[in-house]
Design a protein around this ligand. Structure first.
Ligand code: NA7
Length: 547
């Protein structure tokens, strides 16, 4: 007989958001279960194990903010953490807080249906298990469902086909003829990592992107001691900032500086490293003023000319669009094109005609024979994870129906018609460093659950180590449609004037063919998001109805 389990709260996903949700709910005394379709914890970092996979947030910030002891003692050696270290860190947190006992792996949510009679979610999982739960917390991940673009002949390739988001680390790459489609933050990382050992490496590049040095390298004990001594202040500043990357956020106007001052300011952040630093620390209007943006473009293009010796390759690497996507950084990306074994096929001039058994055929007839073809083509971001499951709300409406006219979620965490259901890193969340954004959303979700449960204290704590206590006077919370629409309108209004709208990327859902542009993020900044949450939670949750 199929198993049936009843819990207070089901968390779907065991990545950064799912782990924290499970920790908070269990420490508050909820009977919680967490499931994940993967074989273990990690979410994004479980799946994305391609060579060079690295977080481009400084190591001291790519972790939870709420365990001060762990922050000062957990080891990391470099400015940035690579995927294996991030996975180890997440496993460590799960072990430290004994969360594995709530978790079940290789268990995929297939359907979730709100049952009004029992006032519970009925979740059916891949193995046939049914879970009944008062609360459903979806932490499915916003960069999860791999995007395979439709390219003719894709299935005919006789070599090894890989996608960076579902990486198979048993595949041997040394000495092989490798093609990489995609040069976003993943493509840049994987190309840079493979260049020294590949027999031949070709980047099949559609739109070149701007990248700056990451500044990756070992940290000294003094550096670490300094971070440790300032951790409280560091996190305070992150939660009071706009992008949450721990970099200064300048208000200086680019065009008010002289050309020499501009070059000096850009050079300084180039030398320091980090994409977000380059975009936000030298000047404060790179993302809002086209002339300012063009200055940043010219600076990076001049660097490409300085670094890349072959003018054909240098020209191919220079973007023609504005610097208006998620900022990239690298550990020597442009430099790899000085190697004889690394080349670029510029798809803007010669698009891919088809993938053949032997490799890639371009429109001019050129055939690139390949042993391995890597898709670094990104994700069906944000809604991708939700479109493959069937979540049915109060009146039988599915998430597919709900988002038919555009992705939206109140404060990024709740959708009208879906009672007692929450989303971590759903649409229209703050466009900022993911870990603090995720934490902020999870804490907001906890407040909503406490509100539903009749919990009275509205403390301001940001510490995850809360004492367990049980709750009474339970209710159902559901966001009002007007409030949800209001949030979406606010997100739309914040995009006005942003240069980001000039490029087609996953940030507006336009990386997938045929999708309409949608405002997928809240561009008001992390601080403004938290101020808004504070107002919502301290004024009786005006966006929600409780019954
Ligand atoms: P991205 O940023 O969506 O990049 C995908 C790349 O794949 C990008 O260079 C695309 O080129 C390219 N692409 C997609 N479809 C095609 C086709 N059909 N032909 C050629 N090239 C194609 O994904 P990432 O994984 O790099 O990064 C996503 C986020 O994950 C990142 O922002 C981090 O936060 C982590 P295009 O630019 O569309 O011409």
């Amino acid at each position: 007989m199929a198993r049936e389990t009843t819990v207070d709260a089901l968390v779907v996903g065991a990545g950064v958001g799912g782990i924290y949700s499970t920790h908070l709910l269990s420490s508050k005394g909820f009977n919680v279960k967490c499931i994940d379709m993967a074989g273990d914890v990690g979410g994004t970092w479980y799946w994305n194990r391609y060579p060079g996979a690295m977080s481009d947030t400084e190591s001291y910030l790519y972790r939870y903010s709420w365990d001060k002891e762990d922050l000062t003692t957990y080891p990391w050696t470099h400015h940035y953490v690579y995927q294996p270290d991030i996975l180890k860190y997440l496993q460590h947190v799960v072990a430290k807080y004994d969360l594995r006992k709530y978790m079940e792996f290789n268990c995929e949510m297939k359907t979730a249906t709100w049952d009004e009679d029992s006032q519970r979610w009925r979740i059916v999982c891949s193995a046939g298990e049914t879970i009944l739960s008062r609360y459903l917390i979806n932490a499915l991940g916003l960069l999860c469902k791999a995007n395979y673009p439709k390219i003719a002949g894709l299935n005919t390739f006789k070599g090894q086909l890989l996608h960076t988001a579902t990486w198979d680390d048993s595949v041997k790459l040394d000495g092989k003829r490798i093609g990489v489609i995609g040069n976003g933050s993943t493509g840049v990382q994987v190309l840079t990592a493979l260049a020294p050992t590949a027999g031949k490496l070709v980047s099949f590049q559609r739109n070149p992107q701007y990248s700056v040095p990451s500044g990756q390298g070992p940290v000294t004990p003094e550096y670490r001691a300094n971070i440790n001594a300032r951790y409280n202040e560091i996190w305070e500043n992150v939660f009071k900032s706009s992008v949450g990357f721990g970099v200064p956020e300048s208000t200086r106007k680019t065009m008010e500086a002289t050309p020499e001052e501009r070059r000096e300011a850009f050079q300084k952040v180039w030398d320091q490293g980090n994409g977000f630093r380059f975009m936000f620390s030298a000047f404060g209007d790179i993302t809002t003023n086209i002339d300012a943006n063009k200055e940043a473009c010219e600076f990076i293009k001049s660097k490409i000319d300085e670094i890349v010796k072959d003018p054909r390759k240098a020209n191919a690497l220079k973007p023609t669009e504005l610097y208006a996507r998620r900022p990239l950084c690298d550990s020597g990306y442009y430099q790899i094109f000085n190697r004889d074994n690394v080349d670029i096929a510029s798809l803007r001039e010669t698009p891919i005609q088809e993938i053949t058994a032997q490799g890639i055929k371009l429109s001019d007839g050129t055939i690139h024979e390949l042993d391995v073809l890597i898709f670094a083509t990104g994700f069906e971001a944000i809604e991708g994870s939700y479109m493959r499951v069937c979540i049915k709300g109060r009146d039988g409406e599915t998430m597919q129906d709900h988002w038919k006219t555009g992705l939206k979620a109140y404060g990024s965490i709740a959708c009208s018609g879906f009672p007692n259901m929450f989303i971590v890193s759903g649409p229209q969340g703050a466009f900022a460093n993911f870990p603090p954004v995720i934490e902020s959303e999870v804490r907001f979700i906890m407040k909503c659950i406490e509100y539903a449960e009749g919990e009275t204290h509205h403390d301001q704590q940001t510490n995850g180590n809360v004492n367990g206590h049980r709750i009474s006077n339970r209710g159902i919370v559901e966001v009002n449609p007007e409030a949800e629409q209001g949030w979406s309108d606010l997100c739309d209004s914040l995009v006005d004037g942003s240069v980001f709208t000039t490029t087609k990327s996953w940030i507006f859902g336009q990386n997938i063919e045929g999708r309409k542009a949608n405002t997928n993020f809240f561009f008001g900044g992390l601080k403004a998001y938290l101020d808004w949450v504070q107002k919502e939670t301290s004024t009786g949750f005006p966006g929600f109805s409780k019954r």
